[in-house]
Write a protein that binds this ligand. Sequence first.
Ligand code: ZN
Length: 115
Amino acid sequence: MAKINRIRTFAMALIFIGIFIMYIAIFVFRENPILMSIAMIIGFLSVMSSALVYLWIGMQSMKTIQVTCPSCEKDTKILGRVDACMHCNEPLTVDKSLEGKELDPRYNRKSFQPK
Ligand SMILES: [Zn+2]
């Protein structure tokens, strides 16, 4: 899956988990104000961190390179040295030396050199 899509899914999950925890806090821990406050705080933090992840995605998106996927011929974005097409999951790279090689997330580290 393309990295940006994956991070977006993660941020989305965080929002739902946060709302779910707050829901439990209100309806399950009603009788216990301490448990309720703790659960509310955890739920709130989860929603807040999701907002931060969204902000971070926004900043990361500016660093992406717009390319046309050779496989499905749609426009997609590459984040880092290797990424997958947002439409067909075709592994894509902007690094000529990595062309034709298996998609490996380690290529995004500067120190990692493929053999
Ligand atoms: Zn594609």
